[in-house]
Design a protein around this ligand. Structure first.
Ligand code: SF4
Length: 278
């Protein structure tokens, strides 16, 4: 597939794309909203034997996670969910992809990981076989990940929330919502910005402009905005919908504007902190 390298232009902070859809899962045993649309696409790819597996992060304990290779529907369902810490993946990915029974995988990760993998595919050097096995790169929208020790220490000290009891974290407007032990803790995002990884403060990419497919929260509750950046990606999403895994409709201008504003916020944040360093 031909791929045009992308840069993040303030006039187009979502990067180049050919399709923009509002989607939710209609696949069996997959929740309709949240990350369900991405899980549905992965199940479609696996069921249709377009891939042998999915490389993704799986939650282990609290907000911690690890990279796994999911080769069955059940394993893909178990790996589904939000990720709030960045997990080391390069060595695990290479080991996984060099194993002989794997021909092609889908990779689901963050914009910085999508950029790394795109560079590996475009400039393979010694790692050609490894990158060639990545059939499609899916990036999840990302505003930043937490420095795990610092953030969990903050939660434990100030709110008495132990790491092992954190079940999920979500964003509601300007609040981060932490679900733990059947309870909900709402924190203003401003108040926890200091626990975001330093590198994330400088990162300009919200959607993953180097991915084939980018996906993240739509403004319409329970739906996912999906951007397809090339023809392969667009056919995957449309065929998954045609085969009953997804419900899709073209994203409205309002939906695009919502994502664009978030992408611009992140780009401006990075420029602000880069200027401080310089
Ligand atoms: S903010 Fe950027 S560097 Fe940080 S995890 Fe997200 S994509 Fe990666």
């Amino acid at each position: 597939m031909a791929f045009q390298p992308a840069t993040i232009d303030p006039s187009n902070p979502l990067g180049p794309y050919i399709g923009a859809y509002i989607a939710r899962s209609t696949a069996k045993n997959v929740k309709a909203g949240g990350g369900g649309a991405v899980t549905a696409i992965l199940l479609y790819l696996l069921d249709k034997k377009k891939i042998d597996g999915v490389v993704a992060a799986k939650k282990t304990r609290g907000i911690k996670g690890e990279i796994v290779l999911a080769k069955t529907r059940e394993e893909i369902l178990m790996a589904a969910g939000n990720r709030w810490s960045i997990v080391p993946y390069t060595m695990r990915l290479k080991e996984t992809l060099m194993s002989t029974d794997i021909r092609r995988v889908a990779f689901v990760g963050l914009p910085c990981q999508a950029q790394f993998l795109r560079q590996m595919k475009m400039f393979p050097l010694m790692e050609g076989d490894f990158a060639d096995k990545i059939f499609v790169i899916i990036s999840l929208f990302c505003m930043g990940t937490f420095a795990v020790e610092s953030f969990t220490d903050y939660l434990a000290r100030n709110y008495n929330v132990p790491l092992e009891e954190v079940e999920n974290i979500d964003i509601e407007g300007d609040y981060l919502v932490i679900f733990y032990s059947g309870k909900k803790l709402r924190l203003p995002i401003e108040s926890i910005i200091y626990h975001v990884q330093h590198g994330c403060i400088l990162c300009p990419d919200y959607t993953g402009v180097f991915a084939d497919i980018s996906a993240g929260r739509a403004s319409r509750e329970g739906y996912t905005l999906i951007l397809t950046r090339n023809r392969l990606a667009d056919s995957i999403v449309n065929n998954a919908a045609y085969d009953g895994y997804l419900e899709i409709s073209e994203a409205t201008e309002e939906e695009i504007r919502y994502a664009r504003e978030k992408a611009l916020d992140k780009l401006n944040r990075s420029l602000k902190y880069i200027m401080r360093i310089l």
